[in-house]
Design a protein around this ligand. Sequence first.
Ligand code: UCC
Length: 633
Amino acid sequence: MAVCLALLNRHLTGGCRVWCSVSRPLVLVRSAHVTESGARSDEEEVWRAAGYLPFSGSKIGSFFQERPVLKNPFLEDALLRGYLSRHLPQQAPLSDLCAFGERVANEVDEWGRECEITPPRLVHFDSWGRRVDHIVTSPAWKRMKDLSAQEGLVAIGYERSFGEWSRVYQMSKLFIFSPSSGLYTCPLAMTDGAAKVIQSLGTSWPVDEAYSRLTTRQPEYFWTSGQWMTERQGGSDVGHGTETVAVPQTDGSYKLHGFKWFTSATDADMTLTLARVQDRTGAITPGSLGLSLFYAEVSRDEDGRLKGIEVQRLKDKLGTRQMPTAELLLDGLQAHRISEEGRGVASIANMLTITRIHNSVSAAAAMRRVVQLARDYATRRNAFGKLLKDHSLHMQTLARMEVEARGAFLMVMDVCRLLGREESGIATQLDTNLLRLLTPVVKLYTGKQAVAVVSEGLESFGGQGYIEDTGLPGLLRDAQVLSIWEGTTNILSLDVLRCVARSSGMVLHAYFNHTKSLLSGASSISLLAPAVKALDHALSELKDFVQVAATREAGYLELAARDLAYSLARIYTGALLIDHACWKGASPSDTYAALRWCEHDLCPVATKQARGCYDPSTPPLDAALVYDRPIQN
Ligand code: UCC
């Protein structure tokens, strides 16, 4: 070989040299035999024919990286299977989840991609100039609707065939579905929320048909619902920002007039929305106490025009592009009031609980999906002479993501468990208090972590993680919304304070009792001792914080709200991981995950309290820093 190379090189002119490489024996580095007009020389043609020009003409090299492969997300998830085997009294859901996982990997995931690359568009006028306001969605989006009905993605929660575990079963299915769903989980969340509100207020006329349509398994009968809450002034502060008015009609219905600024999945068949009832003089009650809850159907007249609605435009969003989000002018939309007057926010709160749980399921699912893809890729990608899976630093990074994904999953499923108990009528007061406290906590924590974990996950694909047609960047763009809609991190942190105050601390009492009980099985397992010790310590730090904070002014608590919510999330999740690691079917990975989780700063609110972060001087200092200006007294 060396002699051949020497001979070849002697006969090559103009800097054209042949090099030997391990993967390909001969590589022509540069040819000086391209004429000025760009034509190839005879000599080059010889090389080409011999196959020694791997990067010329139609050849783009012989190495192609294998893509990460999505396998059955149910079978690939040891924790999901372990959790369900541990808790579900019947095994029937497991075979359904397995079959659905197969469908997601082999069929549905492709539809999700189709939704992404064929985003909805708005057609304002027909070809003859009539206003039609058609939101045109992809065929895949429509298939998602049929699939959702057939698979019972909302229905399972209302059929309650598995009693208190029905919600865990339903949400496990959504957990498998979510990252492949082309964001169809959004209309499903609102549909579930609307069904829950209707169920709690009464399923008689005018919402009887709606209820049965929202909860059916028949695709042709199935409806989705919107949740039109947000107006230009009121994203978070719904009570003060809602301008929509409801004008009473003689038949007992109302006509709504207003402007809804963000309406997600606007192709819904019906909606729940808030408005202020006008009295005969046109007067309205301001603030939250003036808001009532309305039910409206989205329908068209014989000319194809939307009745009482104009679609102003579709939003141009960072992510969730698969799904239409619109600005709507309500111009005399016929609606029915379904809450007592002035009980709008309280009545829609059930919807918020459900959509916040769905949000958390999607967040945990996004983490799980990126870990599944990254670990598959690590078995296919070679760098520096070995597969990524054999690089210890890379594995450490994936393991950290795995711990986050596990924690998120357990926390979400625990909230679903509590919801299932409440809906089956077997919830204790402790369960009810825990559910109220943990719903905002799980939403805010998982929403934030999803962005961090998915972002880290993209990095594990190198540059390919940044390339649109791999489908990977969409995971990050879609994760970003999870901490924004359905209540931002700060709004939910304040909701935690609010439910502590409204329950006179009973929600915290439930929290401390239950967290402690989750640790009870671990005392005999020495491997878990460091985790239990860290958790016990964090729990008593949290108790100390609560005692001190109870004596402080409201401003102090407000500044501590976010750290308090994070502490509640981390401690509770640590306890769930420890509890799961104590289960007789637990694996060494379950123990390892619990140990790693408990290395977090489990109680940041105590750490920061000790540094004086919530002292009254902090707000002016914060503002001075943010605006880079001298402190104003
Ligand atoms: O973004 C939206 C749609 C997006 C699509 C959905 C996708 C779902 C995920 C899909 C997964 C892929 S809709 C817009 C979302 N907007 C929000 O979430 C609003 C955020 N703002 C808040 O949450 C605020 O805290 C407000 C609006 C609730 C605050 O209003 P008020 O009027 O100041 O609230 P109050 O006075 O504190 O409470 C009024 C009543 C009380 O009941 P009563 O009078 O009986 O004591 C509260 O206990 O409402 C009750 N309440 C609650 N109950 C308030 N919040 C809650 C709660 N979280 N849970 C239970």
